[in-house]
Ligand binder design. Sequence first.
Ligand code: CP
Length: 306
Amino acid sequence: MTVGAVAAGWVHRHLLDVEGLTREELERILHLAVDMREARAARAHGSLLENEIVGLAFYEASTRTRVSFELAAKALGATVVDLGIAGSSVSKGESLVDTLRTLERTGVTMVVLRHASSGAAHLAARTTGLCIINAGDGTHAHPTQALADALTLREALGSLSGRTVAIVGDVAHSRVARSNIHALGTLGAHIRVAGPRAWVAGFEAWPGVEVARTIEDALRKANAVMTLRVQLERGARPADHLAWRLDEERMQLAAPGAPILHPGPTNEGVEITADLANGARSLIGRQVENGVPVRMAVLALLAGVA
Ligand code: CP
């Protein structure tokens, strides 16, 4: 098997975004992720990626995404190499494209790329022969986080069709929010966003997205709520966090039992109270757990072995 071969009926060589994936394609990834979760628990499928060398190139900090991609690739039998950007020749001025072409020359076949620049993953896909998986590029996209969130929410709610998902906080600077709007919307959910004007700027023009002006309006009868941290590293300005913090009293406005999501890392006491983040409604731990099988599914599909 070589990278470039694609799984039967799977037409995408890279995963750069969830925008453009059809509902059937999203469903296929989520179904495969469930299979992968079971296979991982049974320690099966251990050699599906035995011919692949997966490079982890994280130009920005990460815990969840980097660790879960490493575990996913290893669970499927791949060789994994972590570029370790801080100790690499990037510090000597090597460009992104030169670095990735160097990895390709060493035999790396698939690269999981996180980068501060929106579009970095598209550039990598255009300029190298590598299979590129976007692990977050600037404010643009974080497709595997959205897939993990979609799986988590679907398992909690049964179906996303006709359900209202409120996304509250710094939506404008959030690649997670953008990818979730695409993924959850394609799976049938109605998306409502809310935050101070600067945090939801431009979203009035997004098809199918409702902009609420207060956190209370956003939460009213919502079937699920996702809250986001302020992306200070992308120039976001902090707002009055008490006006936008998710707390128990405000959650009473949502549909009974509505679950809470957060892509992490959380700042408890800022965008969400510690009680809610660690309480019965919280799916935050489940989002992390689902990250590994979702990434196993993505790697296997792109490698053409699932
Ligand atoms: N949600 C997310 O991308 O977390 P990390 O930055 O820890 O990977």
